[in-house]
Design a protein around this ligand. Sequence first.
Ligand code: PEP
Length: 249
Amino acid sequence: MKQSVKLIAGNWKMNGLSASLQEAKALQDSLNDSPVAVRVALCPPATLVAQMAWTLKGGTVAVGGQDCHTEASGAFTGSIAASMLADAGARLVIVGHSERRAGFGETDADVSAKAEAALAAGLEPIICVGETLEQRQAGDAVAVVSAQVMGSLPTSLSGQAFAVAYEPVWAIGTGLTPTLDQIEEVHAAVRAAMVERLGEGGRTAPILYGGSVKPSNAAEILAVAEVGGALVGGASLKAEDFLGIIRAA
Ligand code: PEP
């Protein structure tokens, strides 16, 4: 099967002030000195998107948002439209992160609408799915994640640049990771659901793994079948840690 170039994306979540841009600069400087064959992106808080895009201008590290609204504009106080992220210099946007699904009640339909909004603004959506610990312990991980893929991917993704990120909720920020066999099983199911949903258009987009990826476990996770990259939280905040993951890919 044709594989797309791996994507290693960092999610800074609600961390980072303007001083943190020095980490993005250090990351880009290292990649300039010693380039890699993977795509690299950083998704800082919305307040830093424009500054980071400016800091990294002309470099290989792309900037992304962490969320966008479903609508292009309007009376949605505090929200950010995909076109605003694009205008600030973003090229990607994470949608449907489990922290948004759990903390803000986002449904698969909301996530699908956000992915559509991202595409309309010319952004590459990274669409997140993942089961809770209870769902895994009940033996429902594959069924839950497959249903999330079917419900969260708009058919308009076919032929567009996008990625899906499999992030088991119980592995995010906990230091816990699934076994490599569990990752392989779910990624295969995600691919099958992508193809069921999008036909041929679901065959090549990368499926990222996310959840406690660090320099010490990145190589073995990124070598699993159908793991097309990583979505990295905590370990993306420091250039040195993030580089350890990028260089393991
Ligand atoms: C995330 O929030 O997307 C994530 C994967 O976090 P961490 O790497 O810290 O587990």
